[in-house]
Design a protein around this ligand. Structure first.
Ligand code: NAG
Ligand code: NAG
Ligand code: NAG
Ligand code: NAG
Length: 185
């Protein structure tokens, strides 16, 4: 028997192996998330991003905050407050759910993805993909119902930063709630 078939088969195997490699490793989103339970006011205790300029300089940082609300079926209203370079700013976004995955988006407003990677409803890890097609950034947020973190939630944040290769851009925010409280419902 000739070996003529072997080379095409090998090439095919290599192509399939390369083609099926995920572009990046994203931890799976929380399974069966209850969005009504996840709704409401959250402090943002820590942030990690691969984009510069997401956070102001170290001495100007404050706790962030977010208010999540189920708007209609398949839609979320998310408000974010951060002390950014222009001062304390709130942004309101309406996000629409992906048909298949537990990801919410609003590409026109520059949100390619909002997903909850894990939560026990007192803490949560939120992964954001911001930007326009072709130029996006990745950001991880540590959500907490309280203004203090637990050891485990901070460890979860740090571990996920490593998986997402965001360790260099990670910051725990100072416990100043003056900006966060501007969006208290
Ligand atoms: C989701 O959470 C809400 C609010 O806590 C609760 O009333 C509802 O029963 C939960 N739904 C499910 C399917 O667990
Ligand atoms: C919040 O940001 C503004 C603008 O950068 C800055 O002037 C202010 O000092 C910051 N707040 C704190 C508490 O540093
Ligand atoms: C940030 O991460 C995204 C997603 O992996 C990537 O497309 C982008 O090029 C990165 N940006 C920088 C400045 O490294
Ligand atoms: C954190 O929350 C507790 C309880 O709600 C409050 O007593 C404390 O003043 C808050 N700390 C800051 C820095 O906001």
């Amino acid at each position: 028997m000739g070996l003529g078939w072997l080379l095409p088969a090998l090439i095919l195997a290599v192509v399939l192996a390369v083609g099926s490699q995920p572009q990046e490793q994203i931890p799976r989103e929380a399974h069966n998330l209850n969005w009504s339970k996840f709704s409401g006011f959250w402090y943002i205790l820590a942030v990690a991003s691969n984009t510069t300029g997401f956070l102001p300089s170290r001495d100007k940082r404050k706790l962030g905050a977010s208010v999540v609300k189920v708007h209609k079926t398949g839609q979320l209203k998310v408000v974010f407050a951060f002390n950014q370079s222009q001062g304390c700013q709130a942004h309101t976004l309406l996000l629409r759910k992906d048909r298949k995955k537990a990801v919410f988006r609003n590409p026109l407003r520059g949100v390619q993805g909002f997903r909850v990677l894990s939560t026990d409803y007192s803490h949560g890890l939120v992964y954001l993909r911001l930007g326009r097609a072709g130029r996006t950034s990745k950001t991880l947020l540590l959500f907490s119902r309280q203004n203090t973190s637990s050891f485990l939630s901070m460890k979860g944040f740090a571990d996920t930063c490593e998986v997402l290769e965001l360790t260099d851009g990670a910051a725990v925010l100072p416990k100043d709630a003056s900006c966060a409280h501007t969006i208290l419902p």
